[in-house]
Design a protein around this ligand. Structure first.
Ligand code: ZN
Length: 342
């Protein structure tokens, strides 16, 4: 007979255990998305916080999913156990709600890690919905995400750091994303709420009243550094919606040509550690961090973002060396736009 002595702090150790749904592709309605516990189909959490749905009247608004099917904000929920819902999701939503109530200052003073987790939850929620659907034998998606090893590798890596939502985790000297918080001038702002995400490039943006948060997940802040000069210009300034649209195009395009996936490592710890320390490494030797900038591809991205103003690619690329910009003047200072004639 063997007697196994459990260390005294077995509880603490268990708490730091990460869950990995990817090896078994455990994406079903019977497993909590955050801890993997077996649950019933009634245990779910909304991808978009209830407070947000109420504040911006989103409940019955339609959302287009990756497989081109349509759902509503209200119906988009993911499997989540009671424990995770009550202890990790609700407190996070409460924190963001309170911050959003305080407007730009509120959002801006949030711990960036909390914003990362909040955005990450919505992004992953959309992704998980897709992965669960792909398991349905009646649905034969054209390009299933679950059969793309490169994408899956990226999602698995992202999921490691997303678990900071549940498992106490400290990122050594990085944030696993690039975050930008912009302020919109109310004069010509017609949108109380806007949401956009791109599953493959992991680019994301959300507009809560006068505040727009733009994010590229899983780049360890590299795009934030690249756009640092431009971003600094916007600080404390209220931007015209067309300028916000251009800023989004810059971030989304940078995410599109971003070419590396960071590795994350759990620093070896002691049995009584209360949190995991995560170190990271980006291999920029095997691959360039960015694919080359292509003016035409950028112009298409900008054209897409500028749709409400009907500005088309030929106008954007009148000078191919200098794509059209609404953000800066010739001398590199921030352009002031209060009103824009369509
Ligand atoms: Zn759970």
């Amino acid at each position: 007979m063997f007697v196994i002595f459990a260390p005294q702090n077995v509880q603490a150790m268990a708490d730091l255990k990460l869950y990995d749904p990817f090896p078994k592709m455990q994406f079903t309605d019977e497993h909590c998305f955050l801890c993997g516990t077996t649950i019933t189909t009634a245990d779910r959490t909304p991808v978009f916080g209830e407070w947000m749905q109420d504040n911006y009247n989103l409940r019955d608004k339609e959302l287009l999913l990756l497989d081109k099917s349509v759902t509503t904000f209200n119906r988009l929920t993911i499997p989540c156990c009671q424990h995770c819902h009550t202890n990790y999701i609700l407190p996070l939503e409460k924190e963001i709600e309170a911050a959003a109530e305080a407007g730009y200052e509120g959002i801006n003073s949030l711990d960036p890690k909390r914003l990362f987790q909040w955005i990450g939850k919505m992004y992953y929620g959309t992704l998980v919905t897709e992965l669960i659907k792909e398991k349905d034998p009646l649905i034969l998606p054209e390009n299933p995400v679950s059969e793309n090893p490169q994408m899956l590798g990226k999602f698995k890596t992202f999921y490691q750091v997303l678990q900071s939502l549940r498992v106490p985790m400290e990122f050594s000297d990085f944030l696993p994303c690039s975050l930008f918080i912009l302020q919109v001038d109310p004069t010509e702002d017609e949108l109380p709420f806007e949401y956009q995400d791109e599953i493959t490039t992991m680019a994301f943006s959300i507009k809560l009243g006068p505040v727009v948060i733009v994010c590229k997940l899983l780049d360890n802040g590299i795009i934030r550094n690249v756009l640092n000069r431009l971003y600094n210009l916007t600080e404390g300034q209220k931007l015209h919606p067309i300028q916000v649209a251009e800023f989004k195009a810059r971030v989304f395009y940078a995410a599109y040509i971003f070419n590396v996936v960071p590795d994350y490592f759990i620093r070896p710890g002691k049995a009584d550690d209360e949190l995991l320390t995560i170190d990271t490494l980006i291999d920029d030797i095997t691959n360039d961090v960015f694919n080359p900038f292509e003016p035409l591809a950028y112009a298409h991205m900008l054209e897409e973002m500028l749709k409400p103003w009907s500005i088309r690619e030929p106008e954007i690329l009148k000078d191919p060396a200098k794509p059209l910009t609404f953000l800066t003047n010739e001398d590199g200072t921030l352009r002031e736009i209060t009103s824009f004639e369509k």
